[in-house]
Ligand binder design. Structure first.
Ligand code: 4AD
Ligand code: MG
Length: 463
């Protein structure tokens, strides 16, 4: 006999009346001496299947270890259910116990744990309803992302995780070394001698695949990356992780407007995919945590994003009369409170801010004629703030070199990047979507630690 997933058992009418096999983890068992009911879940769906045990066929002794969290195999006839809330149930003929879960020590014995507590048991968290839902949505979104780019002729480029350049300046980096930290080799000047290190130089984990992505785009036309990135900032906020996943499309022959069009289409595509393919999970998360979730997702899909230069955004913030924790004027980097004011209170729509002051943006962004601003674009979302950061890139060799020198970025790290502008340079653009911020938005969760299976944040990397 072959196991059928609970998802298929619940959604395949032709299976009704046949003998089936299900395997999974017991959510609850209740009943009396005549009949017992098990709610069984196998992770294929948020929904449980009910297993009905006629106690003339089973003994109390046999069922005693079948407690919440234990794992079992059952066989029996699948029948339409009389009870409300379920479409069908299994009338058990046999039950086999795989593993027990001692009620005295099983951490998920009771319902209603806080999300904070669940983070402390990250090894068992995937067994909970809420995290199962989040993980299924996360998986669906990852698939939607590949589907979106594949349908549009983009190539998936694998950029390195270990890098010798820290030129992007997107964040503090984690060093990668095999040197013995208790006994470092020294140069004559008394500095660490990295020529003795594994790669013969100082290396780190990447903060972004963009610079390598540009090498791909200026050869294959349009590429995207989708992989982990690492930032060693000590930011303990609900929107920052030390290890997060980023999607970075990069397109030759795209200007900033093409870039914004793609970003908007991309976000709407992913959210629509989740609405269409993760209905049960989104409904569960909505009921449990966020009553306005579906409405908010649909609203984003159905409305045009506002597009606005940074300078205009700052004027709106200054005129708002609102007391922000961080004061705002032309030249300041926007904080989440400013971004959310524009999106949630002023426009009540997602906003794409463009043309930021060059001082607060990366060296590679295309400079505007005003000499003050660059062709940056940040997409700002309700509940999230910045979800995407991107720009048109500086394609002019001399301008790029001048900017690199102004910022004292070491040339020895940058020659390979500059070569894209020396040989067949083209206008091009790209952006980066923080994957967890998208998952955060689509699941309605409020803390980024609750949308990645094993969050890494300052001081936390146990499992
Ligand atoms: O704005 P960022 O730093 O842009 C880049 O890294 C560019 N290289 C992207 C590009 O143009 N190809 O990061 C992009 C996005 C942010 O908008 C945010 O959604 C997310 O990555 N992000 C983080 N997500 C979780 N934790 C962090 N510490 C994050 N830092 C950025
Ligand atoms: Mg950014």
């Amino acid at each position: 006999m072959k196991r059928t997933s609970i998802k298929n058992l619940l959604t395949t009418p032709s299976l009704i009346g046949t003998v089936v096999e299900a395997k999974g983890w017991v959510r609850t068992r209740r009943g009396n001496k005549h009949v017992q009911f098990i709610q069984l879940n196998d992770g294929s769906t948020i929904n449980n299947i009910q297993v009905v045990l006629d106690m003339t066929k089973f003994t109390d002794e046999e069922l005693k270890p079948v407690t919440t969290g234990s794992s079992i195999r059952v066989t029996g006839k699948l029948v339409e259910s009389m009870g409300k809330g379920q479409s069908c149930e299994i009338q058990a003929d046999t039950l086999e116990l795989y593993g027990t879960a001692d009620p005295a020590t099983y951490p998920l014995q009771k319902k209603g744990h806080t999300l904070e507590y669940m983070r402390e048991i990250a090894h068992l968290r995937p067994r909970s309803n809420f995290f199962g839902a989040v993980l299924r949505v996360r998986s669906a979104l990852a698939f939607a992302i590949h589907k979106f780019f594949n349908e549009r002729g983009f190539y998936y480029l694998h950029t390195p995780l270990i890098t010798a350049s820290d030129a992007e300046g997107a964040g503090a980096m984690f060093q990668v070394t095999t040197l013995d930290l208790d006994n470092l080799p020294k140069t004559e000047e008394g500095k660490t001698d990295y020529s003795k290190d594994f790669f013969g130089k100082h290396t780190s984990l990447t903060v972004s695949g963009q610079l390598e992505g540009e090498l791909g785009a200026t050869a294959l036309g349009q590429i995207y990356t989708f992989g982990p990135t690492f930032r060693a900032e000590n930011s303990n906020t609900p929107r920052h992780l030390s290890e997060f996943w980023m999607i970075e499309p990069e397109m030759a022959f795209y200007d900033i407007t093409d870039n914004m069009d793609l970003a908007e289409e991309f976000l709407k595509y992913c959210i629509t995919y989740a609405l269409e393919n993760c209905e049960d999970d989104i409904k569960f998360l909505e009921e449990r945590f966020d009553k306005g979730l579906t409405e908010r997702l649909k609203f984003v899909v159905e409305n045009d994003f506002v597009r606005l230069p940074y300078g205009e955004g700052v004027k709106i913030l200054e005129a708002s009369g609102k007391k922000f924790e961080f004061p705002v004027h032309w030249g300041t980097d926007l904080q989440s409170e400013h971004e959310r004011y524009l999106v949630e209170e002023h426009f009540k729509k997602p906003v794409i801010l463009t043309d930021y002051p060059k001082e607060i943006k990366a060296f590679y962004m295309k400079q505007n004629e005003d000499g003050k601003t660059v062709r940056a674009m940040d997409v700002l979302f309700p509940h999230i703030g910045e979800i995407i950061g991107g720009s048109e890139r500086e394609a002019d060799y001399d301008k790029l070199l001048t900017r690199i020198e102004e910022l004292h970025i070491p040339m020895k790290d940058m020659w390979w990047y500059l070569d894209t502008r020396r040989f067949g340079t083209v206008p091009h653009s790209g952006f980066g979507l923080g994957f967890e911020r998208l998952v955060l938005f689509v699941t309605g969760m409020t803390n980024i630690r609750d949308v990645i299976p094993f969050p890494r944040t300052p001081g936390k990397a146990e499992f």
